[in-house]
Write a protein that binds this ligand. Structure first.
Ligand SMILES: Cc1cc2nc3c(=O)[nH]c(=O)nc-3n(C[C@H](O)[C@H](O)[C@H](O)COP(=O)(O)OP(=O)(O)OC[C@H]3O[C@@H](n4cnc5c(N)ncnc54)[C@H](O)[C@@H]3O)c2cc1C
Length: 389
C-alpha cells in the first residue's frame, strides 16, 4: 500500500488550491449580494480556463480535463473550502450527459465543457423527494416527439442554466430529457430563499405542454433512473470530498483563532476543552479524507456498480455528518465571532447543512447501505479492494 501523492496529484492539488484562492477573494461579495455580478462571473470563468480545471470529469477528446475520480476528489476537496458554494462556478457537467448522442454532444455537452452553456438536473418534485418513483412529470409521445408537463423543485443552477436534464415518465417508464430553458411552456414559478448563501439559485420550474423533438431524449426510454443513479454515485463522492475540505478550512481558522484569542489571561488554545474540540475535528477530517480517497480510487479501479453505490453512500453519509459536527465546533471556538456572517466559519456552518439533505438525505444513505447488506450481504461493502472479503 502506498499512500504517497504522485507528482501529478500534487501538481493538481496545488493548481486547485491556487484557483480556490482566486475565487475566495469574491466570497464576501457573494455573501453581501447573494450571488456575483456578471463581470465577476466572466473573470472567474477565465481563471477556471487558465487553471484548466473546467469539466474535470469529462474526457479530453471532448475538451474536458479527463481527470480520474480520485483526481477529481483531490480538486473538489480544495474547492470545498470556498463559501457561497463558489465551488459550483467551476463547471462540471452532469455525468448523465455522457449518454448524449453525437449530435446532442455537439449541441449540449461540448459547449458546456467549453463553459458556454450550463446544465441543471431536475429530478425532485413536490411529491417526489426521497422517493423519485412518485414522479408526476410526464412526457407523452406526440407525432415524432413528446409533450412535457409537470413541475420540478430545488433546481440548483436553474437560474443560470441553458438547459435542464429532466426526469419524466414515458408511458410509466422513467426517462431523461434535455430541455432548453427558453422553450415555450418552460417557466420559473418561484425562486425561494434558503438557509445558505449560494452563488446560484434553486428555482422551481413548471412545464406546460412543452413540445420536445425525439432527439431531446437523453438515453433510452426507461433508462432514466440508471442515468440519475450514476450521477448520484459520482456526486456523493464529490460531496464527501468537498465537505472534508470545508471542515479542514473551518478547523484551520478555529485553531488560529484559538491561539490568538486570550481570555482569563491566556490563549484559549491552552484550555483542554478547546483542545478537545480541535482534536475531535482532526479525527473527523482525517478519517473521512482517507475514506474518500480510498473509495474514489476504488471507483477508478472499476469497482462493482452496486457495491460502489453503497460505498458512495457510506462516504457521503460519513463525511457530511462529520463536517457538520466539525464546523459546529469551529463556530463554538470562535464564540460570538463565529456567529457573524463575515466569518467564513459562520457561512460554512449554514452551507454544510444541505449536504445532509441533498443528493439523498442521511436517512436515505443509511437505507442504501442497509439495502445492499440485506440483498447482497455485508462482505462487499466491508471488503478492502484486493483483499479477501
Ligand atoms: C438547496 C437544495 C438544492 C437541491 N438541488 C436539487 C437539484 O439540483 N435537483 C434535484 O432534483 N433536487 C435537488 N434538491 C432536492 C433534494 O435532493 C431533496 O430535498 C432530497 O432528496 C430530500 O427530498 P425532500 O426534500 O422531498 O424530503 P422528503 O423525501 O420529504 O423527506 C423528509 C424527511 O423524511 C425522511 N425520509 C423519507 N423517506 C424515508 C424513509 N423511507 N425512511 C426514513 N426516513 C425517510 C428524509 O430523510 C427526511 O428526513 C435540492 C434540495 C435542496 C434543499
Amino acid at each position: 500500500m502506498d499512500f504517497t501523492f504522485t507528482d501529478r496529484q500534487l501538481e493538481l492539488k496545488d493548481r486547485a488550491a491556487s484557483l480556490a484562492r482566486v475565487i475566495m477573494a469574491h466570497e464576501q461579495e457573494c455573501e453581501d449580494n447573494n450571488g456575483l455580478p456578471a463581470e465577476t462571473h466572466a473573470k472567474l470563468r477565465q481563471a477556471i480556463l487558465d487553471h484548466e480545471l473546467h469539466a474535470i470529469n469529462m474526457p479530453t477528446e471532448w475538451g474536458g480535463a479527463g481527470l480520474s475520480i480520485l483526481e477529481q476528489a483531490i480538486v473538489q476537496e480544495e474547492l470545498g473550502k470556498l463559501t457561497g458554494a463558489l465551488w459550483d462556478v467551476v463547471w462540471r457537467p452532469a455525468n448523465a450527459l455522457r449518454a448524449c448522442t453525437p449530435s446532442q454532444r455537439e449541441r449540449y455537452l461540448e459547449p458546456e465543457i467549453r463553459g458556454e452553456r450550463r446544465d441543471a438536473v431536475a429530478v425532485t418534485e413536490a411529491e417526489a423527494g426521497s422517493d423519485p418513483q412518485a414522479l408526476r412529470t410526464t412526457a407523452v409521445r406526440d407525432g415524432d416527439g413528446y409533450v412535457l408537463n409537470g413541475e420540478k423543485w430545488f433546481v440548483t443552477v436553474g437560474d443560470a442554466a441553458d438547459f435542464l436534464i429532466v426526469l419524466a415518465t414515458v408511458d410509466g417508464a422513467p426517462t431523461t430529457f434535455l430541455v432548453d430553458t427558453d422553450l415555450p411552456g418552460v417557466e420559473i414559478i418561484r425562486v425561494p430563499r434558503y438557509t445558505h448563501t449560494f452563488v446560484y439559485e434553486h428555482p422551481e420550474f413548471r412545464f406546460t405542454d412543452v413540445r420536445l423533438p425525439e432527439d431531446a431524449r437523453l438515453g433510452d426510454v426507461g433508462q432514466g433512473y440508471d442515468l440519475i443513479r450514476d450521477w448520484f454515485v459520482e456526486e456523493r463522492l464529490m460531496i464527501a470530498a468537498r465537505t472534508v475540505g470545508a471542515a479542514a478550512r473551518a478547523t484551520e481558522l478555529a485553531a488560529d483563532w484559538a491561539n490568538s484569542r486570550q481570555q482569563f489571561g491566556e490563549p484559549i488554545s491552552h484550555y483542554q476543552l478547546i483542545q478537545s474540540m480541535l482534536a475531535d475535528n482532526v479525527v473527523d477530517i482525517v478519517t473521512n479524507r482517507a475514506l474518500v480517497y480510498q473509495l474514489a480510487w476504488e471507483s477508478d479501479q472499476g469497482a462493482d456498480r452496486k457495491t460502489l453505490h453503497a460505498k458512495a453512500a457510506v462516504a457521503k453519509l460519513s463525511a457530511s455528518e462529520a463536517a457538520g459536527r466539525a464546523v459546529d465546533r469551529a463556530v463554538q471556538i470562535f464564540g460570538g465571532r463565529g456567529y457573524m456572517r463575515d466569518n467564513p466559519v459562520e457561512r460554512l456552518y449554514r452551507e454544510l447543512r444541505v449536504d445532509r439533505i441533498w443528493e439523498g438525505t442521511s436517512e436515505i444513505q443509511r437505507l442504501i447501505i442497509g439495502n445492499e447488506i440485506v440483498k447482497r450481504g455485508v462482505a462487499g461493502v466491508l471488503a478492502h479492494p484486493g483483499s479477501a472479503a
